[in-house]
Ligand binder design. Structure first.
Ligand code: GCU
Length: 683
């Protein structure tokens, strides 16, 4: 059944017209190494080619025929060694895919410095066929631009997934370590296919139990499944674990007993899992314990953990999503204020993990002001793959465009072209003395036990896009969407064109019907699903929607200019000048940075009020358009997947209308202006 379980590794038969050509380029499969990774590589190629080409080529120890595919390292294959290909600069994870001649016969080789590199290359080779690319005259050279490419599972040990919309956690802790669900292997295959090389198994809001011996054994069992696929396991560490599971009185990072406890814990972990990746830590945020509980800094906390892990090769991913007990004047400023003073003071095994924007994974946010502001510290990107604020798994929103927009944003800290991507891949600040060379990107997973993994078919694309961009932050969202559609559904251009087009505008549609023109955090309190712009009177001001939109009879928006909270001052001067100027700020961020009069003239010539209403309507219309596009494509998709997507789009249309009507009706109580001509009045 086409239930989506196979993700983008569906390996459906290629079009007949291409079959003979592809078969001629895959007559024989040679993967000479005999390691677990090489076996996984051989299995994947056999599985993939069998599906795509109707038959798996014969496997052989060395290439003997025209059209062999030879995969491995020069050390594993004299035939590859004899080619004397230049593998410098590929590192341990890069690869070449080349059309060559071996003993005078045409062949395709996938060559790397390590078996994992060869596995990545094998997936690339399969992807070429999956996306209907030619296999002649290949000359591909790829190496990841970031080192740590991890999923963050917000999975509790009882299998509840925080902000998860795809069923319960796939980690069956109860039956681990003895029962290793085959699904773990498929999870590893899917991740390896897009270059993800790590996974943090447990929620950032974690219990200390995850670090007890029983759970370390379970974690080790998962690590064993993932290892052949180049995937390391990491754990979220609760900062107060020394108290809760260590019997100490304190978790003060400068207390010698606490430091000894973490060192001993690290030794215990590495005895159990020799290639353990390290810790992810949420500290002093939303009630989680942390070093500030003892008057210490984020650097004190992170460095203590790094010192414990460093001898074993581990790292610390210390989150900058800090959101304290005290009510701030502007929550958007807090991370910058707490972290920038410590630039240069973090241990070189620490990455500071920063959400893409300063509030919280909104449909649109300006890039986080920390990017570019800590030149001596490696900053890791944290994107959310799960759609906490974008309609859960029910609404169709391709986040590739969101990721791309953030990565391409120009911090201008070292002049024009100082993009966020260059902060993340380390190239912007590579020359900074003493700077750690670590780089990375994290994605909050959208994975659960649903047959289709992600809760909806189209949400698989967000997992895929995250992995592709973590590997290469300069890829284009559109190209990624094209790959995904071809691999997941069909390469038929009559399907690919309209579906990619629909995906490319889908996130903007969500912005339009939920939070247009820079509005943010207007979702219902707690669940974050439906509209709640009227939410007021919470336990603290910044837990309400009115805090963020600030609508009154004069206008709407959060003044973060010099006249307001001055959050703009956290950006480099040219960016601050642009964002801080109501006439220069890009309209998509207008109400993020300014409190704007209802009659303010927009670029369109309309008033702000009219433009706002229009954007809400535009969002709804886009969803209607997606529905009719999808309905027209029924003949191109299996009925199972077509029906579910169609049903979800119908829900999305209904809920986009709900968002529009509720928002307009509410904001109209402030604007007291009529709806512009042609806009439907709320029922
Ligand atoms: C958001 C989300 C929480 C999560 C937090 C975090 O606030 O709603 O569920 O714990 O982010 O990133 O730590």
């Amino acid at each position: 059944a086409e239930d989506g379980y196979d993700l983008w590794l569906r390996y459906a038969p290629v079009h007949e017209s291409r079959l003979a050509g592809y078969r001629a380029h895959a007559t024989e499969l040679v993967v000479p190494a005999d390691t677990a990774t090489a076996r996984a590589t051989r299995d994947e190629l056999a599985r993939g080619l069998r599906g795509l080409l109707g038959q798996a080529p014969a496997t052989a120890a060395r290439a003997r025929r025209d059209g062999a595919v030879v995969v491995g390292t020069p050390a594993s294959s004299p035939q590859l060694a004899a080619l004397k290909l230049d593998l410098s600069g590929l590192g341990e994870e890069g690869y070449l895919v080349r059309s060559v001649r071996i003993d005078g016969r045409p062949a395709t080789v996938v060559v790397a410095n390590s078996d994992v590199g060869a596995l990545y290359g094998a997936f690339h080779f399969l992807r070429l066929i999956q996306t209907a690319q030619p296999l002649a005259a290949l000359d591909i050279r790829e190496a990841p631009r970031t080192q740590v490419r991890v999923l963050n599972h917000w999975d509790n040990l009882d299998r509840y997934v925080e902000r998860g919309y795809a069923g319960e956690s796939i980690w069956d802790w109860h039956r681990l370590p003895d029962w290793k669900d085959p699904r773990y292997t498929d999870y590893a295959r899917a991740n390896a296919s897009i270059g993800i090389n790590g996974t943090v198994l447990n929620n950032v809001n974690t219990s200390a139990q995850a670090l007890t011996p029983a759970y370390l054994e379970k974690t080790a069992a998962l690590a064993e499944v993932f290892r052949p696929f180049g995937i390391k396991v990491y754990l979220s560490a609760r900062f107060s674990a020394p108290i809760e599971i260590g019997g100490l009185e304190t978790a003060d990072p400068l207390d010698p007993a606490v430091r000894r406890w973490w060192k001993a814990k690290a030794e215990e972990i590495y005895r159990t899992i020799p290639d353990f990746g390290g810790f992810l830590v949420k500290a002093n945020s939303e009630g989680q314990p942390g070093p500030q509980d003892y008057g210490r800094s984020h650097a004190d906390g992170a460095n203590m953990l790094a010192e414990a892990l460093a001898p074993h090769g581990g790292i610390v991913m210390w989150r900058a999503f800090v959101y304290s007990h005290e009510e701030p004047d502007d929550r958007a400023k807090q991370a910058y204020n707490e972290f920038v003073p410590f630039d240069g003071q973090f241990h070189d095994r620490v990455l500071v993990q920063v959400k893409n924007g300063a509030i919280d994974f909104q449909p649109r946010e300006p890039f986080h002001p920390l990017f570019g502001a800590m030149p001596k510290t490696p900053l890791m990107m944290e994107f959310q793959i799960t759609k906490e604020y974008l309609g859960f798994a029910t609404h169709l929103a391709y986040k590739g465009t969101l990721y791309e927009e953030v990565l391409r944003a120009d911090t201008q800290v070292r002049g024009p072209g100082s993009t966020v991507a260059r902060v993340i891949d380390g190239t912007l600040e590579a020359g900074e003395p003493g700077r750690s060379p670590l780089t990375g990107m994290a994605g909050v997973a959208n994975i659960g036990v649903d047959r289709n993994w992600s809760g909806s078919h189209f949400d698989q694309a967000n997992w895929f896009a995250f992995g592709r961009l973590a590997w290469d932050p300069y890829l284009e969202a559109q190209a990624i969407a094209e790959e995904w559609v071809k691999m997941t559904f069909t390469t038929d251009p009559a399907f690919v064109g309209p579906v990619v087009a629909m995906m490319m505008g889908s996130r903007e549609a969500v912005v339009d019907y939920m939070t247009p023109l820079g509005l943010h955090h207007l979702m219902g309190r707690g669940h974050h699903y439906g509209p709640g712009p009227w939410v007021a009177g919470g336990p603290r001001a910044d837990w309400t929607s009115v805090y963020y939109h600030r609508a009154d009879d004069k206008g709407i928006g959060f003044d973060r200019s010099v006249n307001g909270s001055d959050a703009v001052a956290q950006y480099a001067p040219p960016v601050a000048a642009q964002f801080g100027d109501i006439d220069a700020v890009p309209e998509e961020f207008l109400l993020w940075f300014h409190h704007v009069p209802w009659d303010h003239r927009m670029a369109s010539g309309r008033t702000l009020w009219d433009e706002l209403v229009l954007r809400y309507g535009r969002g709804v219309d886009y969803v209607k358009g997606m529905r009719s596009t999808w309905d027209g494509l029924a003949g191109h998709v299996d009925p199972e997947r077509h029906a579910q997507v169609a049903a979800f789009l119908a829900i999305q249309e209904k809920e986009a209308q709900w968002w529009r009507d509720a928002s307009i009706a509410y904001f109209q109580t402030f604007s007291k202006r009529p709806l512009p001509a042609g806009q439907a009045a709320p029922p």
